[in-house]
Design a binder for this molecule. Structure first.
Ligand code: AMP
Length: 299
């Protein structure tokens, strides 16, 4: 079954202590769509300007990502630049140029409206609502977010939580949203706001799922060298949704395994700038890391 993914489609300029990489393919929808494409057909909704390099469109196509929902319009593509500290965890945003995102209204092609799996990747909550308004009874809706929306669009975001099955957010966002430092209590508070699945991402320390009164801890795949973690969170949730869309049985039964696949896909994302490393990955390479994670966590 297919996955509908809406989010940002961006050009990212990324500085690390070792190098500076301008105008890489980035954005939450790009990372999540490529990650999901290893498992299921992807319909992507986003917007780019006329400056968007053709080779990036070809990259989406090579991954079988359907681009009917990608608007290509006059103006500049959304541009984000960020800089990492030596530990490759702390990151600060240097610049955000909205460009064509300023006037973006996601319009779903008819064939996308019945997509059973929907990922509302990081984008303004008002746009996430707009996508849901056009959908016909999806089977599963997951949303992702970022601190910016908790700061400037909290009412919209809280309304969104009533409309989604699952929320994925990182630990600092969970604390900010609930005003609770303890992540287990925070997850419980988030359930009371709507979502029945709550996943708190902890970067290199993996992710915690809270569902039906139970917890699951998914480790991150341990890497010796992190080149660029930008988009790891998007790859995690994209891989997870792709895996769910390709699996038989209930979401409850498959979600833990889906998170492990998400973790593995995210690990490949971290091994190269932008989408460089992940686009070279094969399904057997993913399966190999899943088996390694299984061996590392068995006791
Ligand atoms: P992550 O590393 O998972 O937090 O995601 C990084 C991606 O988020 C980058 O590729 C950026 O292009 C994208 N991004 C940064 N700021 C925003 C924003 N305000 N809205 C949507 N996407 C953003």
């Amino acid at each position: 079954m297919s996955v509908l993914i809406v989010g940002s489609t961006a050009l990212d300029s990324i500085k690390t202590p070792e190098s500076h990489n301008p105008r890489l393919l980035g954005g939450s929808a790009s990372h999540a769509s490529v990650a999901a494409s290893f498992f299921a057909p992807v319909n992507m909704v986003g917007i780019v300007g006329e400056d968007f390099p053709r080779r990036y469109l070809n990259l989406y196509r090579r991954h079988g990502i359907d681009l009917e929902g990608l608007q290509i319009t006059n103006g500049k593509t959304f541009h984000w630049s960020g800089e990492y500290e030596l530990n490759m965890n702390n990151r600060r945003t240097l610049e955000t140029e909205l460009g064509v995102f300023e006037t973006f209204t996601p319009l779903l092609p008819k064939s996308y409206r019945a997509s059973p799996y929907v990922l509302l990747a990081n984008i303004a909550p008002a746009l996430q609502h707009h996508v849901l308004d056009q959908m016909r009874k999806p089977k599963l809706v997951f949303a992702d977010t970022m601190d910016l929306w908790l700061n400037i669009a909290l009412p919209d975001f809280l309304k969104l939580l009533r409309r989604v099955d699952g929320l994925v957010l990182n630990e600092s966002e969970a604390r900010q949203l609930t005003q609770d430092h303890n992540l287990i209590r925070a997850a419980r508070k988030i359930h009371s706001l709507g979502p029945r699945f709550v996943i708190v991402k902890k970067g290199e320390h993996g992710a915690i799922l809270s569902q039906g009164g139970k917890l699951f801890i998914a480790p991150a795949y341990p890497l010796q060298r992190v080149i660029d973690p930008t988009g790891a969170g998007d790859s995690f949730v994209g891989g997870m949704m792709g895996f769910l869309a390709a699996s038989r049985g209930s979401v409850e039964a498959n979600l833990r395994r889906a998170m492990i696949y998400g973790s593995v896909v995210a690990s490949f994302c971290c091994e190269g700038f932008g989408l460089k490393s992940i686009t070279r990955v094969t399904r057997p390479a993913i399966e190999k890391r899943v088996r390694e994670l299984q061996a590392m966590t068995k006791f």
